[in-house]
Design a protein. Structure first.
Length: 294
């Protein structure tokens, strides 16, 4: 009798105890830039990623396997097949939190190797694509963004109705926004997202390139927010409109407290944008471009 009474009391106390709500859960945020795999000096473990996701209430993270980067001694330097098989395994273990971006290696791979991955589904009970886009990293895979070898991968994107995400860097680099724009003009039906909106603070250049594409309507260029300063992100939204900027973080570049580094950005987006513009950046644009279901 005493044990039953104690159980009832404990249950009552727990029901009245304030529940901790993950920081951003109500916003249903989609992070369009995450990783699995290994990179020497960084904690990109799936456990660390999922811990961050749970703590902040991230709805979904789009992940690519950085072990597909051709950096022997820093990554595992996996070929296209092995890299993306690992992504399948990870996403299927966590289908409520992750979707895949197929890592491409134009220097030694081929669109023919990537196409079967784009047909993969989450599982027998969920008839949804496991891979929702392709990842192209000119600098880590040693080719120029506008190299002819990239075209076949973008043709696949058009065939499957999915975007391509590019690492974008500074002027004059192999991943310069101008080079990405050049290849994007050859495939105007494919949405192309510039990760980092110009890595290393060269954001103004990425914004200008995206503005030119928008004004000429000759390519679909979008910007993403990983490692970009809040001022630069707000400025890009003002110049391009909220429909052209997507929230992404390069998870888990900052390790165990990764999303803490984006608290200022999220706070400013909420306070300085209309509700509709905020939702575009953190969720709706991703849903639309990557065809993600609510």
């Amino acid at each position: 009798m005493l044990m039953l009474l104690w159980t009832v009391v404990v249950s009552l106390v727990l029901s009245l105890w304030p529940q901790t709500q993950p920081a951003w859960a109500e916003d249903r945020i989609i992070d369009v830039h995450g990783h699995i795999g290994s990179f020497r000096g960084y904690d990109l473990s799936t456990a660390t990623l999922l811990s961050n996701v749970e703590r902040y209430g991230i709805r979904l993270v789009l992940v690519s396997n950085i072990d597909g980067a051709e950096l022997p001694g820093t990554t595992l330097n996996l070929d296209e097949v092995k890299a993306n098989l690992a992504t399948i395994e990870t996403v299927r273990l966590h289908p409520d939190r992750l979707r895949g971006l197929a890592w491409t290696r134009p220097e030694d791979g081929s669109p023919a190797k990537i196409e079967p991955f784009l047909r993969e589904k989450i599982g027998p009970k969920r008839n949804q694509p496991l891979f929702v886009g392709v990842k192209i990293h000119p600098e880590m895979n040693n080719f120029a963004a506008d190299d002819a070898r990239v075209d076949g991968y973008l043709q696949l994107c058009e065939k499957f109705g999915i975007p391509a995400v590019f690492h974008s860097g500074k002027r004059g680099s192999t991943s310069a926004p101008e080079r990405i724009y050049a290849v994007a003009r050859r495939h105007p039906k494919v949405p192309i997202i510039l990760y980092h909106m110009g890595f290393g603070h060269d954001h103004a250049n990425a914004v200008e390139v995206a503005k030119e594409a928008l004004s000429k309507n000759d390519a679909q260029l979008y910007l993403e927010t990983a490692q970009a300063e809040p001022d630069a992100v707000i400025g890009a939204i003002k110049q391009l409109g909220s429909e052209r900027v997507l929230f992404g973080t390069d998870a888990t570049y900052y390790g165990r407290d990764h999303y803490a580094h984006y608290e200022t950005l999220i706070t400013r987006l909420k306070s300085e944008l209309s509700a509709g513009d905020y939702e575009n950046v953190v969720r709706r644009n991703a849903e639309r471009l990557f065809k993600l279901k609510n």
